[in-house]
Design a protein around this ligand. Structure first.
Ligand SMILES: [Zn+2]
Length: 684
């Protein structure tokens, strides 16, 4: 690809040669290409499918785009030619272009063709978008973050053939792996970061920059500055009329993106990934400093380390974070938000937002850039998995990192919300209600619960790593994820996927009733009844003990003072069945609690029960979700104990996203008027 950036007019020109390898077993009559920028074409249907009211305020740019003349940022295709320079026929349907092949491309065959194009770059701060330029009125310069900027192949796979769903702007991308040879022409005073290995460092970087870069390649503890703020500030005071060409080669990447400006400060640091050096880079304007200088490259480095530990060693040679006023990810490069106050100070909130996004976007290098799921169809497969691993990296970077998205109790308000405004996770991104909760927070929470509550870290971590390794550089579908998690752990999780991913149900498990039983050696009426069902009397059965409930009319207070081993029947049994050594450690329960659990929510979940005893000690018992398989509404369990229970709490750590905790304890906690009054005082 030969790319020319026209900074004066904010335009981009490209000429590309694509060589397509038909690795499928099918013959292809045509090829589909994605023209993502047509979402910004003057005749784009994207604005037409969104309901909109009258806004009280429009920026001049937005007023003009909406009411005077729509911005035209669509592709201008100058030609599509075969390798012999003959025109090829093609059809454009909005953001998709069909190349009509002269003859079908057979399985295993290769086809090369050329496309020439240009488009007007949008101001992404004013007009929105995942790509574009930001204008800095103070110095008159632009900063470019350029992505989905060239016609690129759609995915053809053995699951659904061509993935050519339109790009409406929200659901992201389905992309093939490929090798890229790219030349980018920029003004001579620009600094540029891009996907791929820079092939002509000596031609585009100064001697000083090259020397600093060589030093940075050995700096594993701290980032070193390649272009200082003072140098960048000086550069932005004039505009070079000359140009230079940056040459890159990227191998086996899913996409290509770059960022460039004469305003860029640049720092770099080496990261050791299991003995291999990977570079972490940040490019940022002075407006983003010192926030970016303090944290950006360090966050990139931490993300590569954490994700490599959790999934597989990061296979590329570098990862870049660019100060771009938005969060968006591409192979080896991502754009991030967050700027300090004009005086250079920044709040904890600003810092954690910038760090959270940076770690998230760098993390996308693993999902979906390498574990190459279809973002257009299944947003959760990259956003959900990535949001989950991000939580681990956040805490690796800063032990006090505030975690929000992905923590079970934080998803409760969403899950108990209006059912008509919820979609299952297994829905296409463009059609989702509450995109953020549905595609990011809920799947991340589901994985958090799987790891912490259902599978346990040992089984989960191994299975998750297996999924990542098994599907790297491939196109996994949801079933591939579900299957691998079960395959590598020997856990049947079908119930979990069904509830959490295919429905909008919520979890609400409560404790409905608790009955206390004691042991007696005198047959109860209940026992006689049971024997009668088999046409017998209890004395015809083998010797037995009987449980008698505290509220039974046969119950007498003296039973409370008896221990089971006081009954000769049991003490004889113990004597003849246990060795004296075994007997010293023997603990015979005195109390038998019959617990009735009710399930008011649609989700099936384990029941986590905490018992508090009269001596103040506590004990936990977790009943697997399978407890619900024969009765989806109510289950009963008997719990033996040598100490009296004073309190029972379900899900004491709020780890199951139970949407109603008012039924989670026994005895029922009734709020007194006074405690309600106290609470209202605190709130006020
Ligand atoms: Zn994301």
């Amino acid at each position: 690809m030969d790319i020319i950036l026209d900074d004066e007019n904010q335009r981009i020109y490209g000429e590309e040669t694509i060589t397509y390898h038909n690795n499928s077993t099918d013959n292809l009559e045509y090829l589909w290409l994605q023209l993502d920028q047509n979402k910004r074409a003057a005749n784009s249907k994207t604005p037409d499918i969104q309901g909109s009211g009258a806004s009280p305020l429009y920026s001049l740019q937005n007023f003009s785009d909406n009411f005077i003349t729509p911005f035209d940022g669509g592709f201008k295709i100058e030609y599509v030619k075969n390798i012999d320079n003959n025109d090829i026929s093609y059809v454009i349907n909005q953001t998709m272009m069909r190349i009509n092949l002269e003859r079908p491309l057979g399985s295993g065959e290769t086809y090369s063709f050329k496309i020439k194009w240009w488009y007007n770059i949008n101001n992404h701060v004013e007009q929105g978008g995942r790509s574009g330029f930001e204008h800095f009125p103070d110095d008159g310069n632009n900063s470019y973050v350029i992505a989905q900027f060239f016609p690129r192949l759609c995915v053809y796979n053995n699951v659904e053939g061509w993935q050519n769903n339109q790009f409406w702007g929200r659901s992201e991308f389905a992309l093939e792996f490929g090798d890229y040879e790219v030349s980018i022409t920029t003004p001579n005073d620009h600094i540029l970061g891009a996907t791929g290995i820079l092939k002509n460092e000596k031609e585009v970087l100064t001697k000083t920059q090259q020397k600093r870069l060589t030093e940075a390649r050995k700096s594993f503890d701290n980032p070193l500055i390649i272009v200082t703020q003072a140098e960048a500030t000086k550069t932005e005071q004039s505009k070079s009329k000359k140009t230079k060409i940056w040459k890159f080669f990227a191998e086996n990447v899913r996409d290509y993106a770059f960022a460039t400006s004469r305003k860029f400060i640049w720092d770099a640091m080496a990261v050791d990934i299991n003995g291999r050096t990977v570079m972490a880079y940040s490019y940022y304007t002075k407006e983003a400093n010192p926030l970016y200088g303090d944290h950006s490259t360090r966050a990139v480095a931490q993300t590569l380390k954490t994700y490599s530990r959790v999934t597989f060693d990061y296979p590329y040679h570098k990862a870049i974070s660019v100060d771009g006023q938005m969060g968006m990810e591409y192979p080896q490069i991502c754009f991030n938000p967050g700027r300090p106050n004009p005086d250079g100070t920044y709040s904890e909130r600003t810092k954690y937002r910038m760090l959270g996004t940076t770690i998230h976007e760098v993390g996308h290098n693993f999902f979906p850039m390498i574990v190459n799921s279809d973002e257009r169809q299944w947003t959760w497969m990259d956003e959900g998995l990535n949001s989950f691993v991000q939580l681990i990296a956040n805490r690796d970077y800063d032990a006090n990192f505030p975690l929000r998205r992905g923590i079970p109790k934080n998803i409760v308000p969403y899950m108990k919300g209006d059912q008509s405004k919820l979609s299952p996770i297994m829905a296409a991104g463009d059609d989702l209600y509450e995109f953020g909760n549905n595609a990011y927070a809920k799947p991340a929470t589901a994985l958090w619960i799987l790891r912490h509550t259902i599978m346990g870290p040992e089984l989960f971590d191994y299975a998750f790593k297996t999924y990542a390794q098994r599907w790297k550089f491939k196109h996994p579908t949801p079933a591939d994820f579900f299957r691998t998690m079960e395959d590598a752990s020997a856990m049947d999780l079908d119930w979990f996927w069904r509830g959490w991913f295919y429905t909008t149900g919520a979890n609400d498990i409560g404790i409905k009733e608790v009955k206390k039983y004691y042991v007696t050696d005198k047959p109860t009426k209940q026992a006689e009844k049971l024997a009668a069902r088999y046409g017998m009397k209890v004395d015809q059965l083998s010797p037995s003990l009987y449980l008698i409930s505290e509220d039974s009319d046969e119950f007498s207070e003296e039973l409370k003072n008896k221990k089971p081993e006081d009954y000769k029947l049991l003490s004889d049994y113990i004597d003849s069945n246990f060795s004296s050594e075994e007997k010293t450690n023997l603990e015979v329960p005195k109390y038998f609690y019959e617990l009735v659990f009710e399930k008011l929510g649609e989700l099936v979940m384990p029941i986590i029960v905490e018992f508090e005893y009269e001596d103040g000690t506590k004990e936990r018992k977790q009943y697997p979700a399978q407890i619900w398989r024969k009765n989806d509404i109510e289950v009963t369990k008997v719990f033996p104990s040598s100490k009296a229970i004073t309190k029972i709490t379900i899900d004491p750590d709020e780890e199951t996203a139970d949407v109603n905790t008012s039924n989670n304890s026994w005895p029922k906690t009734t709020e007194t008027t006074f405690s309600k009054f106290k609470k209202s005082q605190i709130k006020g």
